[in-house]
Design a protein around this ligand. Structure first.
Ligand code: SF4
Length: 383
């Protein structure tokens, strides 16, 4: 009997409980859209952290407890007294006209904190607001839901959605500083990729009631500490491109059956855990299974994927230039591996017609490196 895509995905995961997507895992899809290994691990609900750990490549992943605590303190301060500080930033810093403000706390529904109840309440209030009913402007911790690969995912935005000029806007409150109106691009990108998942979920929720996507802005409001103080400031971030990329990735998950068909028959990432949850599968056998699925490692994986240390080691063993990042890969057009680049630089490899210019540049760079290394200043610095 031919297995359905869902049965194949279940077999990939084995009997372990399915890991569900969250805003972070959805955002990671946008970060490395070409990676097939990540796509099948996520679609099968496999536990990437456990798999990485069992192969010996556990990644210290996630925010430090210090950063989390700092983030929570800052968020609480911004949201205190019905989001008074947030309103100040929206009005004074971002010059938004918010004449009257109604605040809705959606952390629970009359003491009921279940995701389903909160989602129903969120849907009711935001749909009514989109239709022009009600006077609420700020919605604290709305509970959103997306169907990803046929499985419902609850997304609890660590955010406020606010409504101005008949459009909802997603607010992300982050604790990294905005210094002289600039924030670290990598941190801004990480923050906005999470918000993109919320924008898509909000649009999906409203679409179910026949309300168009234009009712949710794809400009994100970023709230963060000003300079090195605790005083919040704000900035608009245009997330159109990221929303479009993530939307395409979510559509790709719907077609995961096409990818799964390409995998070898009988492939599984099952850890064969015993009654105590301890994996019994030989680590080498698991690694061999993982190696049968193409992965597109690049250094940014270290910021968003539990498999990063494993995939980096694999890419190094393959001699892939991807370990050096996309900028280096682009610079070394026509050169496929680190071994090839070193061979051309040392003159031990004869370049083909397409590599002649690159070989000259690499040999020149190698000469400069040797000269620098042998210069008196370098010797003095080293001693
Ligand atoms: S770390 Fe590995 S599995 Fe994760 S996205 Fe990067 S290449 Fe893919």
């Amino acid at each position: 009997m031919i297995a359905t895509p869902d049965q194949r995905l279940d077999a990939l995961r084995g009997p372990a409980p399915r890991m569900h997507h969250n805003a972070r895992t959805l955002a990671a899809l946008e970060n490395n859209p070409r990676c097939m290994l990540r796509a099948v691990l996520d679609a099968s609900g496999s536990d990437k952290a456990a798999i990485a750990a069992h192969t010996g490549y556990q990644a210290p992943f996630g925010q430090s407890s210090f950063a989390l605590a700092r983030g929570n303190v800052f968020e609480t301060m911004v949201k205190a007294n019905g989001c008074a500080e947030l309103l100040r930033v929206l009005r004074e810093t971002l010059q938004l006209t918010l004449p009257e403000v109604g605040y809705q706390d959606l952390n629970d529904v009359g003491g009921d904190g279940r995701a389903e109840s909160r989602h129903a309440r969120t849907t009711h209030l935001l749909t009514a607001a989109a239709r022009g009913h009600g006077s609420d402007t700020l919605y604290d911790h709305p509970m959103l839901r997306l169907v990803v690969g046929g499985h419902p995912v609850f997304l609890e935005p660590d955010l406020v959605a606010f409504r101005v000029d008949d459009r909802f806007h997603v607010v992300e409150i982050k604790s990294f500083p905005i210094v002289d109106d600039q924030a670290a691009p990598a941190q801004v990108r990480a923050a906005t990729t999470h918000a993109c998942a919320y924008i898509i979920a909000l649009r999906a929720m409203l679409a179910a009631s026949g309300i168009g996507p234009e009712s949710v802005s794809d400009t994100i409001v970023l709230i963060a500490p000003k300079d090195f103080t605790n005083r919040p400031t704000g900035a608009f971030v245009d997330a159109r491109k990221q929303v479009a990329t993530l939307t395409r990735q979510l559509e790709r998950i719907q077609r995961i059956g096409d990818l799964v068909e390409l995998l070898p028959e009988g492939l599984t990432f099952d850890l064969a855990a015993d009654d105590t949850g301890r994996p019994q599968r030989p680590a080498q056998e698991l690694a061999e299974a993982l190696d049968q699925v193409p992965a597109t490692y690049y250094p940014e994986c270290l910021n968003h994927c539990e498999m990063a240390f494993y995939c980096r080691s694999r890419a190094r063993a393959d001699g892939s230039l991807d370990v050096l990042g996309s900028a280096v890969r682009e610079q070394l057009g026509g050169v496929d591996t680190v071994t090839m680049a070193l061979g051309l630089a040392r003159g031990t490899l004869t370049p083909n017609d397409d590599q002649v210019e690159m070989a000259v540049a690499l040999r020149h760079a190698a000469r400069l490196r040797v000269e620098l290394h042998n210069s008196p200043g370098a010797a003095g610095a080293a001693s």
